[in-house]
Design a protein around this ligand. Structure first.
Ligand code: ZN
Length: 460
C-alpha cells in the first residue's frame, strides 16, 4: 500500500527571495566603501593631493591598511554566517503524521524537557515532528530551527543555535568597521569642507553613519538578550509560562511506580478533554496525593504545589497481550507549569550565558570557527543547560528539599547564606549534576568524577 507523501507547512518565497538578494547588496556597499577609502581618499587625495594640499604618505598607507585589517574579520564572520545559515542552520528533521503516536525516546531519556499541558513534547504541525526545547517554527523558511533566535534577511535565513555566535561576532566587527569609516570620512569631509569636496566622501560618510547606528542598536539588544540567556523569540514571550516535564526524584519515582495503573494509549489522551492532565487524574493514582494516611510526605507536598499539573510516565503504554520483555524502566515525570517570567535557561550570570554562546577561551570568542557550547545536546539532563532559576523553581514546586536553614537563631537567611546557596546550585546543575535533594547527589558526583578521570586517563 502506497503511503501519501507528508505535506509540510508552506514557505514564504518572497521573503526568502529578498533574503537571498540582501547579501549581494551588502557586498556591493562594502565594496564601494573600500573603493572610496583606497581610491578617492588614499590614492587621489593623500598620496597624489590636489594643489595646495600637502602629500601625506604615512597617513595614506595607514588608513587603507587599518581598513583592510578591520574588514577581514567582517568578511570572515559574514562568510561563516552565510555558509551556516544556508547549508546547516540547525533545522530539525521533518517527520510524518505517524510519529505523532510515539514521541521520540530522546525526550523521555532526559530528566527535563519542555512539554505541553499533557506532558507530551511539543508537536510541530508543519514539520510533522516533535520539537526539542527552545525550537521554533519559522514561517519564512517553513522549518523548525533549534534555539531559533530570529529570521534575518541580512544573512538570508534563520539565526539559531548554530549561527547566533557568528551573527553576534559579525555585528560587533561590522560596528567597529562602521565606526572607523564614519570617523575617517567625517575627518576628511571636515578638512575639505572649504575646498572642492569629493562627493564620494559624503556618500561614504553617510553609509558609515547609517551602519554605525544600525549595528550599535543591534549589538546592544542582541548582546543583552544573550547575556540574560534568552533568544529574541523567548524575550518577546518572556511573560508566558511554559510547561516542563521534570523527572521525579527517586523516592517519589519508587512511590509511584510500585503501583502503576495501566495507561491508556496516548491517542485517547488529551484530545477529548484538554484539561485531562495525564494519569494523575486516574482515581487509582490520586490517593498518593490526597490520601492523608500516605506516608510519603514529599510526594504529597509536591503534588500540592501551585505549579503541579500532574504526572506522565514513560513508556506511555504497555502491551496488554504479553508481559513486556525486557521490562522497561518506568520514568515518571511531574508536569510543572512555570510562573510567568521565569527564565529556566538563565545560567545565573551574564558571563555564563555569553559563555554558552561564545565559548570558554579567548579565541572561541573572537574567531568564527567553533560552534557554540550550547549546540552540544549530549547531556542526559536537558537539551540545553538550565540555571539557578530552574533549581529554585524545583524547590518551590516541592521536588527538591530546601537546604537546611541558616545556623542563626531563627533569623532569615543571611546574604552570605544566599550567596553560598546560589553558588552551590549553579555548580550542581551546570556540571550535569542534579541539585541537592534530587537524588543521592554526593554519590552521583563521585561516580561522575571518577568517570571523568578515567576518560582523561584514556585520552592522555
Ligand atoms: Zn516546524
Amino acid at each position: 500500500m502506497a503511503t501519501a507523501a507528508p505535506i509540510y507547512g508552506p514557505r514564504n518565497n518572497a521573503s526568502l527571495g529578498t533574503a537571498r538578494v540582501v547579501p549581494v547588496i551588502l557586498a556591493l556597499i562594502v565594496g564601494y566603501a573600500t573603493y572610496v577609502v583606497i581610491g578617492p581618499l588614499t590614492v587621489s587625495y593623500l598620496l597624489n593631493p590636489p594643489n595646495g594640499v600637502t602629500k601625506r604618505i604615512a597617513t595614506g598607507i595607514a588608513i587603507p591598511i587599518v581598513w583592510l585589517f578591520l574588514l577581514l574579520p567582517v568578511a570572515a564572520t559574514y562568510l561563516r554566517l552565510l555558509i551556516v545559515v544556508i547549508r546547516e542552520p540547525g533545522y530539525t528533521t521533518q517527520g510524518h503524521e505517524d510519529l505523532r503516536k510515539h514521541p521520540s525516546t530522546d525526550f523521555w531519556m532526559r530528566d527535563v524537557f519542555v512539554c505541553d499541558s499533557n506532558g507530551y513534547p511539543i508537536w510541530c504541525q508543519y514539520c510533522l515532528n516533535w520539537k526539542p526545547d527552545r525550537t521554533h517554527h519559522n514561517q519564512d523558511v517553513g522549518r523548525c530551527t533549534l534555539k531559533m533566535d530570529h529570521f534575518c534577511p541580512w544573512v538570508g535565513g534563520v539565526v539559531g543555535e548554530r549561527s547566533l555566535k557568528f551573527f553576534l561576532q559579525f555585528l560587533v566587527y561590522a560596528m567597529l568597521l562602521s565606526t572607523y569609516l564614519t570617523a575617517v570620512m567625517a575627518f576628511f569631509v571636515h578638512e575639505t569642507l572649504h575646498r572642492n569636496s569629493n562627493v564620494h566622501f559624503y556618500v561614504a560618510l553617510g553609509i558609515g553613519a547609517f551602519f554605525l547606528l544600525f549595528t550599535l542598536g543591534m549589538v546592544a539588544t542582541s548582546i543583552q538578550y544573550a547575556a540574560v540567556g534568552w533568544t529574541t523569540i523567548e524575550q518577546a514571550g518572556r511573560n508566558d509560562s511554559i510547561h516542563l516535564a521534570v523527572l521525579l526524584p527517586p523516592e517519589l519515582q519508587a512511590a509511584l511506580n510500585g503501583n502503576m495503573p495501566e495507561m491508556p494509549p496516548p491517542s485517547s489522551r488529551g484530545q477529548d478533554n484538554d484539561n485531562f492532565a495525564s494519569e494523575i487524574d486516574d482515581p487509582a493514582h490520586s490517593n498518593y496525593f490526597t490520601n492523608p494516611s500516605t506516608k510519603n510526605w514529599p510526594l504529597r507536598r509536591a503534588s500540592r504545589s501551585e505549579y503541579w499539573r500532574g504526572t506522565i510516565t514513560y513508556p506511555l503504554f504497555l502491551p496488554t497481550d504479553r508481559p513486556p520483555l525486557p521490562a522497561p524502566e518506568m520514568r515518571t515525570f511531574a508536569i510543572l507549569e512555570t510562573p510567568r517570567g521565569l527564565n529556566v535557561w538563565d545560567l545565573g550570570s551574564a558571563w555564563r550565558n555569553l559563555g554558552s554562546v561564545f565559548g570558554t577561551k579567548l579565541h572561541h570568542w573572537v574567531l568564527p570557527v567553533r560552534h557554540s557550547p550550547c549546540c552540544d545536546h549530549s547531556s542526559a539532563i536537558s537539551f540545553y543547560p538550565m540555571g539557578p532559576q530552574f533549581e529554585d523553581f524545583l524547590e518551590d514546586a516541592g521536588l527538591v528539599q530546601p537546604l537546611p536553614p541558616s545556623r542563626g537563631f531563627g533569623k532569615e537567611s543571611t546574604v552570605s547564606e544566599q550567596r553560598r546557596r546560589k553558588r552551590k546550585l549553579e555548580r550542581g546543575w551546570q556540571n550535569g549534576e542534579r541539585p541537592t535533594g534530587w537524588d543521592a547527589s554526593e554519590q552521583a558526583r563521585r561516580a561522575r568524577k571518577e568517570e571523568r578521570r578515567r576518560e582523561r586517563d584514556v585520552i592522555s
